[in-house]
Design a protein around this ligand. Structure first.
Ligand SMILES: [Zn+2]
Length: 90
């Protein structure tokens, strides 16, 4: 039988669409409680995922889904970094 690689899928906190994890941006709550963007997708801690789309970020801001998912407030720097990332500036 051919070996099938399972693609890890995650739900976007903005649009609730399930997509391959590697196509998404991970926001992590580190074990220290700090919230950060996870560049590698491998940082330890609780993760939340969002599509790399401004609409999803806006939806997540409005619904507070990211705060709910990580059970923390999201620092302004993280929002700003997400925004600049999604606008293709970073
Ligand atoms: Zn989305």
């Amino acid at each position: 039988m051919p070996r099938q690689k399972r693609i890890p899928m995650r739900t976007c906190v903005g649009c609730r669409t399930v997509r391959p994890k590697r196509e998404m941006i991970r926001i992590v709550r580190k074990p220290t409680g700090e919230i950060d963007l996870d560049e590698t997708g491998k940082a330890s801690g609780r993760g939340a995922y969002i599509c790399p789309v401004v609409d999803c970020l806006d939806a997540a801001v409005k619904s507070k889904a990211l705060q709910r998912s990580l059970q923390r407030d999201i620092p302004d720097e993280v929002w700003k970094e997400l925004q600049s990332r999604l606008r293709g500036e970073g």
